[in-house]
Ligand binder design. Structure first.
Ligand SMILES: [Zn+2]
Length: 272
């Protein structure tokens, strides 16, 4: 068994064959956490989790879908745009489901940003405001958090230092210093197919095995050796293989340890 701790089989890219993909993964022993990026995709993730054993859901509003009235986001694979506001009560209702194991993905994303100073400040403060609301929800429901962070690590680190939260920094792409800061605060680091694009070898070597989570972020970030038009949770096997090589350790030992990490941080042993 192996866990893909960050998948999006809930996205539009899987509309035509979602159930086939999930069955194929489960038959192969790949367990899946489908991560929501807004209310719609969170709802689909929860529905899927309730239909399959070894499939779990995370619910949350991704920072790129926070409506700042400044930038418009549209992704054909994901299929939706911004939400007018974070509806705390609606997300809370959804997150109370027994198969919801985390709040996420939530965080800060300054990759696409407005150009003027005033608009940039407004944009950043709106993302932060929605992040704070979702952290409150995670605390209220005692759930760990799946953080998404792009071009904003130093800001997120400073912010998290004032908190005492549990969770993972998914798709970690920061530097070694930032990795250590997250690890010191007790967070896990999630690695996916981006390790084939960016040089994260040093970070991976220095991250203790008991703090690594394996993921795909499918349909995105297909590992080069996985010959497919669209990444899916099976891609996690290639990520595992590469990380075992970088850490110079036995593949099955790496999978076993990272499975334990997933079970521990998301309390999966308490779920059906
Ligand atoms: Zn994601």
């Amino acid at each position: 068994m192996i866990f893909d701790t960050h998948a999006h089989v809930n996205f539009r890219a899987f509309d035509k064959d979602r159930d086939e993909v999930i069955k194929k993964c489960l038959d192969r022993g790949v367990s899946i956490i489908n991560v929501g990026s807004n209310f719609e995709t969170s709802k689909i993730a929860v529905n899927l989790a309730n239909r399959y054993k070894n499939v779990y859901a995370s619910v949350g509003l991704h920072p790129i879908h926070v409506d700042t009235s400044i930038l418009r986001v549209k992704d054909e694979d994901e299929g939706i745009g911004e939400e007018p506001d974070f509806n705390y009560d609606a997300y809370k209702e959804l997150a109370k489901d027994n198969k919801v194991i985390a709040i996420g993905e939530i965080g800060l994303d300054y990759y696409c940003r407005p150009k003027t100073k005033t608009k940039l400040a407004e944009f950043k403060s709106k993302q932060k405001e929605v992040l704070i609301k979702q952290i409150k929800l995670a605390e209220e429901l005692d759930l760990p958090i799946i953080f998404h962070c792009r071009m904003a690590h130093d800001g997120l680190i400073e912010f998290l230092k004032q908190k005492n939260l549990k969770g993972v920094i998914h798709c970690f792409t920061g530097d070694l210093k930032q990795a250590k800061e997250y690890l010191d605060m007790g967070y896990y680091l999630g690695f996916n197919g981006i390790i084939f694009k960016l040089d994260l070898n040093e970070v991976i070597k220095e991250t203790p095995t008991d703090r690594i989570l394996l993921e795909t972020d499918c349909p995105y970030l297909t590992p080069p050796e996985y010959i497919t038009d669209r990444n899916d949770p099976i891609g996690v096997e290639y990520v595992a293989k590469r990380i075992a090589e970088i850490k110079n350790m036995d593949l099955n030992e790496l999978i076993g340890k990272t499975n334990e990490n997933a079970i521990k941080v998301f309390k999966l042993d308490r779920k059906e």
